[in-house]
Design a protein around this ligand. Structure first.
Ligand SMILES: Nc1ncnc2c1ncn2[C@@H]1O[C@H](COP(=O)(O)OP(=O)(O)OP(=O)(O)O)[C@@H](O)[C@H]1O
Length: 340
């Protein structure tokens, strides 16, 4: 439904040229939550702004439901944009208008009859839980409430697609959770496809089905979130995922243990895989296992866990234990002191 084909964009400034997008392609299917993650300057904003042509790519194609937006007249493009809502880090509310008018004015401007405007404002303020704030002004609202108004405004045009440009970056952790829950609810209840950009792995982890990792204007890796967690290939992807798992094992402990058997990193998807598999190898082989660090994070659909484990025993036995763990679907990687 969103298909970006070979997009390139170069900015020219006094200091030279910047290739903000270099041959970027991605596909977001109907009903998905797709996240694009990258560090500052990676090209995320440029990319998301190309989807509704707030930014015009130098090369490539932007297709929404098979319509090539770059071939449309201004009038047709304006109509197509009604189908693409957008929310921003800075909320972009009209300061001098009430919450009600912030939603009603754009609806009136797009030609919707007055009684339907009223219905939609009330309906979508209820969806975001702000029925009682109709007459408030933005400055009387918290950051989270402002973002809820912006979300209600985007939804009031009843779009198929919602673009989220770092929508939670200015919010505290608790409010971030609440807004992410709201985005998930919108995706599930209204079937709205969401494309978001973020620099926080937590956002990807919590609500996304698919993820693309951007660096220097390029997508360096993309895929299903669970697959990327289980088997990240690019160093930047690894860095983002590692940031969710802190391993602070003192070096002397590692040195001491390494002499008595391998230290391994176990990764597993699902609730039950990790600990039972470990218990089994202790039963089956002549080894002891010692969990040095462990963490399970909740991805959108499934938990994903990582443990750092010392396997103590004779070489033959520890090898068999590792093979058995692999047989049970646990990913096993031997780690050295430098990698912890
Ligand atoms: N209008 C512009 N003129 C010149 N350079 C620009 C312009 N917009 C973006 N850039 C440059 O293009 C590159 C990509 O910027 P972009 O904002 O897309 O990245 P980003 O990943 O969204 O980063 P951030 O999270 O910091 O916004 C950066 O080097 C940025 O400085």
């Amino acid at each position: 439904m969103i298909l970006l084909k070979n997009l390139s964009k170069t900015y020219h400034s006094k200091n030279g040229k910047i290739d903000a997008l270099q041959d970027v392609s991605l596909e977001v299917k109907k009903g998905e939550v797709f996240g694009v993650i990258g560090y500052s300057g990676a090209g995320k904003s440029t990319l998301i702004r190309c989807v509704n042509l707030l930014e015009t790519p130098d090369q490539g194609e932007v297709l929404i439901n098979d319509t090539n937006l770059m071939k449309l007249s201004q009038t047709k493009l304006r109509q197509e944009r009604q189908n693409i809502g957008m929310i921003f880090q800075g909320f972009n509310l009209l300061k001098t208008a009430t919450v009600y008018d912030n939603i009603a004015i754009p609806l009136k401007l797009s030609g919707i009859p007055k009684n339907e405007v009223d219905e939609r404002v009330k309906k979508y303020l209820a969806v975001v839980g702000l029925e009682d704030k109709q007459q408030a002004y933005p400055e009387q609202l918290s950051g989270g409430q402002k973002q809820r108004v912006a979300i209600a405004r985007a939804l009031s045009h009843e779009p198929e697609i919602l673009l989220s440009d770092e929508a939670t970056s200015a919010l505290d952790p608790e409010t971030t959770e609440a807004i992410l829950d709201l985005l998930l609810k919108i995706n599930q209840e209204f079937g709205i496809t969401i494309l978001l950009i973020t620099h926080e792995m937590h956002v990807i982890q919590k609500i996304c089905d698919q993820v693309a990792v951007m660096e220097n204007g390029q997508i360096v890796e993309q895929g299903n979130v669970i697959d990327l967690y289980s088997n990240p290939k690019h160093p930047t992807t690894k860095k983002f995922i590692d940031s969710m798992f802190t391993n602070t094992i003192p070096a002397p402990v590692i040195n001491d243990l390494s002499a008595k058997g391998p230290i391994v990193k176990l990764s597993f998807v699902g609730h039950s895989t990790g600990k039972p598999a470990l218990a089994n190898v202790v039963k089956k082989f002549n080894v002891y296992t010692n969990i040095l660090a462990g963490n399970i994070v909740q991805l959108k659909n499934e938990p994903y866990g990582r443990m750092i484990v010392h396997i103590e025993g004779e070489e033959e036995e520890t090898k068999k234990a590792i093979a058995s763990l692999k047989d049970e679907g646990v990913q096993v990687e031997e780690v050295s002191i430098n990698e912890l």
